[in-house]
Design a protein around this ligand. Structure first.
Ligand code: T5A
Length: 241
């Protein structure tokens, strides 16, 4: 998960930053993997896949603390600060270098998750979180955010099925249904407020149907990205993830 510097003198087309958002078990990781494969194999693009919290060694250490629940007693604002700390390292060490290198960064969750989990669901005041976001994220905003939407019961059932297979529910999966309902409303409110950046995808469909909807959204919002890359965009870069 490290981005390599562009070779000296190489043409550097602008990178693209695409984030996947949604509630628990919405299918983000599944769809991020499918889009990455399409972009690499069909379009010949250079793609970095990453996630939040995490994506760098330091941010992964913060992830472990957050998802274990050890930070929960400090409250949702303190958790928001920790998510922001992880995000700052992730942006500085992975996301911005990759974008500068002209790569396509696909990120499983980003700042909208803080707005939805710690804000809409957790109760931290929206203005406070936006101020924190401005400091932590600066001008590195996603070009496109795919919000996978489905009833929280369905997403939690998927997560529970995983738990039955031996994986313990994390800090946020263990929250009550009312929390997950507020979460869904929070993501939909973000999409309504920023329709030019966000596309809502029906995540309750089959994985193939969700994939098709995502391809349609990417084609509409970022024209040309799914078409075969020009030779100049194929040269001089290595896949970093
Ligand atoms: N968080 C994160 C915050 O509170 N604030 C923040 O700022 C940030 C960045 C991260 C946690 O941290 C919180 C949110 C999270 O609670 P995580 O482990 O990364 O923890 O959790 P999630 O991002 O929620 O990841 P999940 O794995 O739970 O969900 P995904 O990635 O949305 O779903 P996916 O693809 O793994 O699929 C889940 C299951 O469903 C199946 C898959 O096979 C899998 O078993 N599935 C489908 N089944 C039927 N139909 C489909 N269309 C399916 N798609 C996938």
């Amino acid at each position: 998960m490290t981005a390599r510097p562009a070779p000296p003198g190489a043409a550097s087309p602008p990178g693209r930053f695409i984030t996947f958002e949604g509630g628990e078990g919405a299918g983000k990781s599944t769809q991020l993997g499918r889009l990455a494969r399409t972009l690499r194999e069909t379009a010949g693009r250079h793609v970095v896949t990453t996630r939040e919290p995490g994506g760098t060694e330091r941010a992964e250490a913060i992830r472990a603390a957050l998802l274990s629940g050890v930070a929960k007693p400090y409250g949702p604002f303190a958790e928001a600060l920790l998510f922001a700390a992880a995000r700052i390292d992730h942006l500085d060490r992975l996301i911005r270098p990759a974008l500068r290198n002209g790569e396509i960064v696909l990120c499983d969750r980003f700042a909208d998750s803080t707005r939805a989990y710690q804000g809409a669901a957790g109760g931290v005041e929206a203005g406070t979180l936006l101020a924190l976001e401005r400091v932590a994220v600066g001008s590195t905003r996603p070009d496109l955010t795919l919000i996978l939407d489905l009833p929280p019961e369905a997403g939690l059932a998927r997560a529970r099925a995983r738990a039955a297979a031996g994986e313990a529910p994390d800090r946020f999966e263990a929250e009550a249904l009312a929390f997950h309902t507020r979460l869904r409303e929070g993501f939909l409110a973000i999409a309504a407020a920023e329709p030019e950046r966000c596309a809502v995808i029906d995540g309750a469909q089959s994985p193939e149907a969700v994939e098709a909807a995502i391809r349609a959204a990417v084609s509409a919002r970022l024209p040309g990205l799914l078409l075969e890359a020009p030779a100049s965009a194929r040269e001089g870069r290595d896949d970093a993830a």
